[in-house]
Design a binder for this molecule. Structure first.
Ligand code: GAL
Length: 748
């Protein structure tokens, strides 16, 4: 090592020592990197959202992240799970944010805490609690006093908790970075001048909380100093921060994509992620966070969207069940190791890029003849190339980067995978026969028929059709809209041979039409088109006819300008049409409608009381099990599926045979199930070409199959024997077809 290089390293070390405060770690930044205790740091980070797994999974997920070469874990904070009722906070169990951060600290990793408190994240209502919607005069995410007051109160609450627990790096804790808002710059134009002043207010409110560590705003090119504006996307190598004093940080490198009911499953090839990561560090980046590193599960009714699946697997390096996904995890680990070999020189200097030909680039980090690292990139989407660099020749496959930690030897080419491949599989366990005592045993089923229409004393009436979430406050997915019509004077609708239909227009997301207690038809939307517009053929009887419309939401909108105001439910019109005598219509939209929020079974708290003897009078058993009938609650008990020796194999329920609904194990909701929502036949490719710009529609699988048929049951929710399973089946299904599986990975 030459004298100049030694001097440089010594200087960095001395700055490092000076930067250490007596009580904790200083975190600042300069134009190259985050500076921790005076040392620039090159970091890899990964998103794990604590509420999408269980506390007993956390240590293993964090360890696997560390083993994969991560230095930091990123998580959002989900306001709506922590403050379900205004001023009533909940930080227990899966919501124990402090415990999660302490586990990350114990593993020796840093934390990036994205407080938001708007999260997006395919999380219900973007993370906002529904009560916020009902505050008089409130307007979300703009310069509005009631909103700002609530946002400040919650943000300050989280910062206070972190401070009390000494979790900021400035206090000796692991949190090195915090985020305020989320991608507001993508939509702020829709809010006009008030959007700009809100953004500035959010920035200064965050700074005033005095965390001692930097704040970031992602996708906010005008984030005011000292807030760092950061990049989110599939590629961020073209990103430059808004000041020469700020480093290039990549807060969301999408490792895959989320899936939605009714769509195929997206996959992002690891060669492309590796290429994107290498390109980012090549062009001067020093912090990359994978969104997601472990996606996990949207338990309960936490999915947003609408129509986001219960699985939030995301094709991430660690799969939904907590198992390593290969070769993604391993190849990225190799990429991290190769880039870390260049760390000292990358941090010591600025990159210099030259062209080696069309779509061929060499970037050199050089502080002298002995400290040199290079990245050679072929960004052509088709042609491989051989390039000459510093007197040697290098073969560069299309869409790849070679990393040369000494400017000579290739430590890794992003398109060449050395890591093992592994094939995860589900092993099914017989539940019905209980032939083998070691296998999970399912006892017989009991059931409860959910009444059609209004059954509650709390129902109320209006002469109009109401927006759904304004009525339900999202206490339930379900809202009954009930009315009746007398056929007197409307005989045209009873004419033999006349076609009578009921037109129902809903803003989403699913509608079931009952006429005189019988299911007459239904309709559903999807993620791209949540609205439902159906014409249901119906038959009316002479006299009074009951019309009961069951409308439901499947996760509230989480993204976009004014997303919080997106309407749901049947706002009409609802029109009765007859083809007889030409055509004749009755618009029922301003009839008297009676409303009931939620189901009888929910009011009876069946998911939580099913295991107790007090609820036994509600349930029927012994006679024939109702199958393929709508609106049935089912319950049974089962023994935990076995694990292989020395393993704790994760458990899933396969809901094939069922329609749509929600399931609870020992009172814990494992989420909405919907195995009958099938992905389109088209849009999947047998092979996946990683070369070229990725988009979620590029490498899909699962066409023509259910978007999700297997649902995660965390092991920690299971007892060895006599677990209670409760289902609410909305459309109709055969619970005897349900099966249990455990997930194992075999390496090749
Ligand atoms: C981003 C957003 C994340 C997540 C992601 C897609 O725009 O910041 O919260 O929604 O998209 O998974």
């Amino acid at each position: 090592m030459r004298g100049r290089d030694v001097l440089l390293l010594l200087c960095l070390a001395v700055i490092g020592l000076l930067g250490t405060s007596a009580f904790g770690t200083t975190v600042t930044y300069d134009h190259r990197a985050l500076v921790i205790d005076g040392m620039r740091r090159l970091l890899f980070s990964g998103s794990i959202h604590y509420a999408r797994s269980t506390p007993d999974m956390w240590p293993d997920l964090i360890q696997k992240s560390k083993d994969g070469g991560l230095d930091a874990i990123e998580t959002y904070v989900f306001w709506n799970i922590h403050e379900p009722v205004r001023n009533q906070y909940d930080f227990e169990g899966r919501k124990d944010l402090v415990k999660f951060i302490n586990l990350v600290r114990e593993a020796g990793l840093f934390v990036h805490l994205r407080i938001g408190p708007y999260a997006c994240a395919e999380w219900n209502y973007g993370g906002f609690p529904l009560w916020l919607h009902f505050i008089p005069g409130i307007k979300f995410r703009t310069d509005n006093e009631p909103f700002k007051a609530e946002m400040k109160r919650f943000t300050a609450k989280i910062v206070d908790i972190m401070k009390q627990e000494n979790l900021y790096a400035s206090q000796g804790g692991p949190i090195i970075l915090s985020q305020i808002e989320n991608e507001y710059g993508n939509i702020d134009a829709s809010y006009g001048a008030a959007g700009k002043s809100y953004m500035k207010w959010a920035a200064s409110m965050a700074i005033s909380l005095d965390t001692g560590v930097p704040w970031v705003m992602c996708q906010q090119s005008d984030a005011p100093d000292p807030i760092i504006n950061t990049c989110n996307g599939f590629y961020c190598d073209g990103f430059t921060p808004n000041s020469k004093n700020k480093p290039a940080l990549w807060t969301e490198n999408w490792s895959g994509w989320f899936s939605t009911f009714g769509d195929a499953i997206p996959h992002r090839p690891v060669e492309d992620i590796a290429f994107a990561v290498a390109r980012f560090y090549q062009r001067g980046g020093t912090f990359n966070n994978y969104y997601m590193y472990h996606g996990g599960t949207n338990f309960g009714r936490t999915t947003g969207g609408p129509f986001i699946t219960t699985s939030y697997d995301y094709d991430a390096p660690i799969d939904e069940y907590g198992l390593i996904r290969q070769p993604k995890w391993g190849h990225l680990k190799d990429v991290h190791a190769a880039i870390k070999l260049c760390e000292v020189v990358i941090l010591a200097t600025d990159p210099v890029t030259t062209s080696l030909g069309p779509n061929l680039e060499a970037t050199v980090y050089n502080t002298g003849p002995y400290l040199c690292a290079a990245f050679l990139a072929n960004i052509d989407t088709q042609s491989d190339a051989t390039v000459s660099f510093k007197g040697n020749s290098y073969y560069l496959p299309a869409w790849s980067v070679s990393i040369l930690p000494d400017c000579k030897h290739v430590a890794l080419n992003t398109a060449k995978i050395n890591s093992v491949t592994s094939i995860p599989e589900f092993v099914y366990h017989s539940l019905k026969d209980n032939v083998d005592a070691s296998e999970a045993a399912l006892s017989s089923w009991s059931w409860f028929s959910e009444p059609v229409g209004i059954s509650s004393d709390n129902a109320f009436s209006r002469n109009s059709l109401l927006e759904q979430k304004s009525v339900t406050a999202d206490r339930s997915d379900y809202l009954w809209y009930s009315t009746s019509i007398k056929s007197v004077g409307d005989e045209v609708f009873l004419d033999n041979g006349a076609k009578t239909t009921l037109q129902v227009d809903s803003n989403g997301h699913v509608v079931h039409v009952y006429i005189n207690g019988k299911l007459a038809g239904n309709g559903k939307g999807n993620n791209g088109h949540p609205k439902v517009s159906i014409q249901v053929p119906i038959t009316l009887a002479p006299g009074k006819n009951k019309i009961d419309l069951l409308s439901l939401t499947v996760g509230l909108q989480n993204y976009g300008a004014f997303f919080d105001l997106t309407e749901t439910g049947i706002t009409g019109p609802v029109i009765l049409r007859s083809s007889s005598n030409g055509s004749s219509n009755i618009d029922l939209s301003s009839h008297q409608w009676t409303y009931q929020v939620g189901l009888r079974g929910e009011a009876l708290d069946l998911p939580n009381t099913a295991g107790s003897s007090s609820s036994s009078s509600v349930w029927t058993s012994g006679s024939t099990l109702p199958k393929n009938q709508p609106l049935i609650w089912y319950k049974t008990s089962f023994d935990a599926p076995p694990s292989r020796k020395n393993h704790t194999d994760p458990v899933a329920i396969d809901f094939t045979g069922m329609g749509k609904g929600e399931a609870w194990v020992n009172g814990e909701s494992i989420g909405r199930y919907w195995p009958t929502y099938i992905a389109p036949n088209e849009g999947c490719s047998v092979s996946c070409n990683y070369r070229g710009v990725y988009s979620p529609s590029k490498c899909q699988t699962n066409c023509g199959k259910p978007s999700q048929r297997l649902y995660h049951v965390p092991r920690s929710w299971l007892k060895p024997k006599e677990n209670t399973l409760v289902l609410f089946e909305e459309i109709g299904g055969d619970p005897s077809k349900i099966s249990f599986a455990t997930r194992i990975v075999k390496s090749m």
